[in-house]
Design a binder for this molecule. Sequence first.
Ligand code: CDP
Length: 236
Amino acid sequence: MIKKDLVSKGKAKSLYSTDDDGLLLMEYRDDTSAFDGKKKEALKGKGEINNKFNGFIMKHLQQNGVETHFVEEISPNESLVTRLDMLPVECVVRNIATGSLCRRLGVEEGIKFKDPLFEFFLKDDDLGDPLINDNHIIAFGWGTQEEIDFMKKQTFLINKVLCTLFDEANLILVDYKVEYGRTSEGLLLGDEFTPDGCRIWDKDTGESLDKDRFRKDLGDVVESYQIVAHKLGMEI
Ligand code: CDP
């Protein structure tokens, strides 16, 4: 596999073309950002732990009926993925109320939902990723009804699979964000699943073991990702 040109550089990952037109190389960098890119720092070792973390989760999802763009890890901080045409929307599922939901609705932190809550956001840093609904997606042509239905069904399936995985490791999957992209055969889970894009609490202590440590300046960010990886049984 030959790494070719830089296709896009995001806040924490870079995408490169390869000698195979259908495959991209995803490089996980140490760069960490929050608040739509307003807070930034490079955290040594984060690229490597996130690459491994993502590979482990994507493989687990694939074994449990969720097709993803992940192909394989090819170096400590690089993976091969299927080329996708990404939809400009973020799918968030929440099991416990926190973060932007509480700020937006003025509701109490920590409410546990009987059924998980699903929200769409528009992927646009300049606008602060605003909350949108199904009708916005259809009206502006960001996706079809069929794609909306698929994203909801698949994101809830991911929740079921991962809540079980985290629960068995004495962890709580509080909320997370996933993104989907098109292939000629339909939608696939794209982007990443790492502690950069989800909230994970220790079941006994309630301690945050995810990017909230960076957002709130709690320290030990990479160390906390490693603790989660270890609890989930990853070899790191
Ligand atoms: O993180 P914040 O409070 O701003 O937003 P949220 O809507 O409460 O985030 C819900 C979940 O989605 C959290 O696990 C975030 O880490 C994740 N998320 C993300 O990964 N990327 C975004 N652009 C927005 C949310």
